[in-house]
Design a protein around this ligand. Structure first.
Ligand SMILES: [Ca+2]
Ligand SMILES: [Ca+2]
Ligand SMILES: [Ca+2]
Length: 399
């Protein structure tokens, strides 16, 4: 009986001791964990993400129950694994704080510093409208880097042209100053781009279109006369040929081609033929010499004329990229292009003809002379055509 009692007491004591022991352990367990934080990368560009690794943290005792994150930009998070990431859309320097909590009720902190580079801010000024032939001033000098660092400029001034020959039309560096003056020579849209890079390697690119319009010209047609002349001696049976291109920079309205012979000393006068051919137009006219009454001191002459080669040009406002293009447009107007090609004038005198009795003369016949009409002899060509006068400012051409 006594032995049984002793056993019960002992058991009770054991239980008591055991309970006391548990109570002492709880008081001793406020053991802090050890926080470890790794962040990578420590330097990023605006908008990029940083990865945070706290897996080297130790609970020291027990287990880590959670990880509290303060990303330094006002954003907080809590995770049960020691790993997370966070994006920084705004440049600046941020202190990230990790707090590790264990099941012992302890906690520990660790920090990391993240530098977020601000992207350059591109500020480009371009003119709204540029006329063909003008230069466009592109100004990006108000661009800045938030950190105040130097900027690098790279302009691709034609996104459809590969200026460096690497088959990519959009990666060229056609200029690298903060401003650039771009010449233009034709109307249309010029697509360009500007890329700015800061010293930390952050870039920003803007593509933009330059609108190039045609120029407006006030066209006034002026009538002018041009004259070509030749003064040649030609033996009977010989042939003379002259070439001109009077329609190069004007529209031909009319012409007059005159072959005039120096009077023979003895009648009758020789019989010459004058031919004008404009091969491109399939145009051909000819005339034989006639007249020449020696008694009245008249010249023998052949005359070809045409007063309606092309219609008159219309005055008015025309649009073109340049003067030369305007001239091309006006001169290529349908139904008004005659005479723009090569003109060939031919003068000849056959070796034998009927109806003339002078072959029996014993003395040499005077040679025939083809000459300019302002000397009132031989062959001359007078051509009337119009030229262009642009707006009384830019273009004036006289013949
Ligand atoms: Ca920067
Ligand atoms: Ca290009
Ligand atoms: Ca290229």
């Amino acid at each position: 009986m006594r032995g049984t009692t002793s056993l019960l007491v002992l058991t009770a004591l054991m239980i008591l001791t055991s309970g006391l022991s548990g109570c002492l352990n709880a008081l001793d367990s406020t053991v802090d964990p050890r926080a470890s934080l790794q962040a990578y990368p420590l330097q990023i560009q605006e908008g990029e993400m940083v990865t945070f690794d706290a897996r080297d943290s130790s609970p020291v005792e027990g287990v880590i129950t959670n990880y509290k994150w303060d990303f330094g930009d006002g954003n907080l998070a809590e995770t049960i694994v020691g790993f997370t990431s966070h994006a920084y859309p705004v440049f600046g320097v941020y202190t990230v704080r990790l707090t590790v909590v264990n099941d012992q009720g302890g906690q520990d902190d660790s920090t990391a510093t993240i530098s977020v580079n601000g992207a350059p801010q591109l500020n480009l000024t371009i003119p709204e409208v540029t006329r063909a032939g003008e230069s466009v001033f592109l100004d990006a000098s108000n661009s800045i880097d938030p950190e105040g660092g130097a900027l690098d400029f790279a302009w691709d001034l034609d996104l459809n042209r590969d200026s460096d020959g690497d088959t990519n039309t959009r990666n060229d560096i056609d200029a690298n100053d903060e401003t650039v003056l771009v010449p233009t020579n034709k109307s249309g849209i010029m697509s360009c781009s500007l890329t700015i890079t800061d010293v930390q390697g952050a870039t920003i690119t803007e593509t933009f279109d330059l609108v190039i319009t045609t120029r407006r010209f006030e066209v006034t047609w002026e009538s002018q006369e041009i004259e070509y002349s030749w003064d040649e001696y030609l033996e009977q049976g010989g042939e003379w040929q002259g070439n001109i291109t009077p329609g190069d920079d004007g529209r031909i309205y009319s012409f007059e081609a005159l072959l005039e012979l120096e009077p023979d000393l003895i009648a009758p006068q020789d019989n010459f033929t004058l031919i004008l051919a404009i091969t491109e137009d399939g145009y051909r006219k000819s005339a034989n010499t006639e007249g020449g009454n020696l008694t009245n001191n008249e010249s023998t002459s052949a005359l070809i004329e045409d007063g309606e080669i092309n219609p008159l040009g219309d005055d008015g406002i025309f649009e073109a990229d340049s003067e030369s293009q305007l001239l091309e447009i006006l001169l290529s107007q349908s139904g008004a292009r005659k005479g723009q090609g090569n003109w060939t004038l031919t003068g000849y005198c056959p070796t034998s003809r009927t109806g003339f009795s002078n072959r029996g003369l014993s003395r040499p016949r005077p040679r025939k002379r083809l000459a300019i009409n302002n000397q009132n002899r031989c062959i001359g060509t007078e051509i009337s055509r119009n030229s262009l006068l642009e707006n009384k400012v830019v273009y004036r051409k006289r013949y």
